[in-house]
Design a protein. Structure first.
Length: 155
């Protein structure tokens, strides 16, 4: 009985499928080794603590943490000009407001800024304040939104 040559060729092909898979495994292994080589190892930093209690009889002034910067833009009814309130402090001079915003951003850029724009304020005015906040490098500048008044149903 003669064995066909086709059967011998099919056996040879079965071994050839393993080589590309081994290549892929080695490539993945090399990738993960090289990708993890650049990471900084985390370490535990020891902090020396005093053994006893720490008390003082003097009152220590702790600075009030900065929570949020709220800027309200409204229209002055008498002059018709835009007026800004920064944390309930009124500013008619825009240059002074810009200076205060730059100082705040230099001290703590991580505090969020919320812009509350009244109806009727010109677009150029609130875009100017927004651009000033972004130029001062505040991390977060948000817009305050008022909920829409829903029309009452006829029920």
């Amino acid at each position: 009985m003669r064995v066909s040559a086709r059967l011998h060729r099919e056996k040879d092909r079965d071994d050839s499928f393993m080589t590309p898979m081994i290549d892929v495994v080695f490539l993945l292994l090399i990738f993960f080794v090289l990708a993890s080589a650049g990471q900084v190892k985390e370490s535990h930093l020891e902090t020396p603590l005093s053994g006893g209690s720490v008390e003082t009889t003097e009152k220590v002034d702790t600075p009030k943490p900065l929570g949020e910067v709220m800027i309200k833009l409204t229209i002055n009814a008498a002059t018709g000009r835009t007026v800004a309130e920064l944390n309930d402090q009124r500013y008619d001079d825009w240059n002074e407001l810009r200076g205060i915003l730059r100082q705040l951003a230099a001290a703590a850029p991580e505090i969020p800024v919320t812009l509350d724009i009244a109806q009727g304020v010109p677009v150029g005015d609130f875009i100017d304040i927004y651009d000033t906040c972004r130029a001062a490098n505040f991390d977060t500048v948000r817009w305050a939104a008022r909920p829409r008044s829903r029309p009452r149903s006829a029920n």
